[in-house]
Design a protein. Structure first.
Length: 267
């Protein structure tokens, strides 16, 4: 998750929630008078809401984990069930003898789509620095996002080709591969199927926004440009998975699946 444009979700969500909760001037619990200002949602309460959503617990190793019976896990289960239906449909269509054409494929983001970064967010107070993030990724020990590594295996078993499209840097490839293997997403972890951000030597298909030593691609340009390249290789991307809308916007996918992530926002 190399995120130079990364914006802490605390700030973004406070603005939205504040407008919803206080913009009407309605009194809320703990207020003795009506608040007519557009005061943002209280940051302490927001952090509690995030913890409740994840069912955040500190395990015996001192790592913050999501709970398998949390609202987050339940949301993921619903998404996974829907995704499997799309994968099944694509696999059946591809198997029809009269169905000739592009090979079905799925594309997964990595950070907080397959590998959960909740421990990093909690221990860094929902802030970000490139140094702390690089050190965290290098540990290659993030837990899975519930169910999504299983989706990788499910797609592969159905004959649907798996690709990865991540904002992690090329220098972090070995850590990503090691970590994905640990959580069971051990499918197509080669350079032909895992696309990472290479700002030093960007691929020619991103020439509109990236040349050697001059990367100006937005997240949407990078992600959608990579999907366009995948489809140019003879694939039809039947499902695209990401925790950010910028992972999903820009086309080149039949369906998109938004993985929940209330901890940060990438434009």
């Amino acid at each position: 998750m190399h995120k130079p444009l990364r914006i802490a979700a605390i700030a973004a969500t406070c603005t939205v929630a504040g407008a919803a909760l206080y913009g009407t001037g309605a009194a809320t619990a703990g207020q003795s008078t009506v608040n007519s200002t557009h005061e943002p949602y209280n940051i302490g309460l927001l952090v509690k809401d995030i913890d409740t959503y994840y069912g955040t617990t500190l395990d015996s190793s001192g790592v913050y984990q999501a709970s398998p019976d949390s609202p987050y896990a339940k949301d993921l289960a619903r998404i996974d069930a829907s995704a499997k239906k799309s994968i099944d449909k694509a696999a059946k269509e591809a198997a029809k003898e009269h169905k000739k054409g592009a090979k079905p494929a799925v594309v997964f983001d990595i950070d907080d789509t397959l590998l959960l970064s909740l421990d990093y967010e909690k221990k860094n107070n929902y802030s970000y620095s490139s140094a702390s993030w690089a050190a965290y990724v290098a540990q290659a020990n993030r837990p899975e996002v519930f169910g999504t590594p299983e989706l990788v295996q499910y797609a592969a078993a159905k004959g649907v080709t798996v690709f990865y499209n991540s904002g992690l840097s090329e220098a972090q490839r070995a850590y990503a591969v090691e970590n994905l293997k640990k959580v069971g997403a051990d499918v197509n972890l080669d350079t032909d199927h895992m696309f990472l951000k290479d700002t030093a030597n960007p691929p020619s298909y991103l020439s509109g926004c990236a040349t050697a030593g001059a990367w100006t691609c937005t997240t949407v340009q990078y992600k959608s440009g990579t999907r366009k390249h995948i489809e140019s290789l003879g694939y039809d991307i039947v499902a695209n998975f990401g925790d950010q809308y910028s992972d999903l916007d820009g086309g080149y996918a039949d369906k998109t699946f938004k993985i929940p992530n209330p901890t940060y926002f990438v434009s």
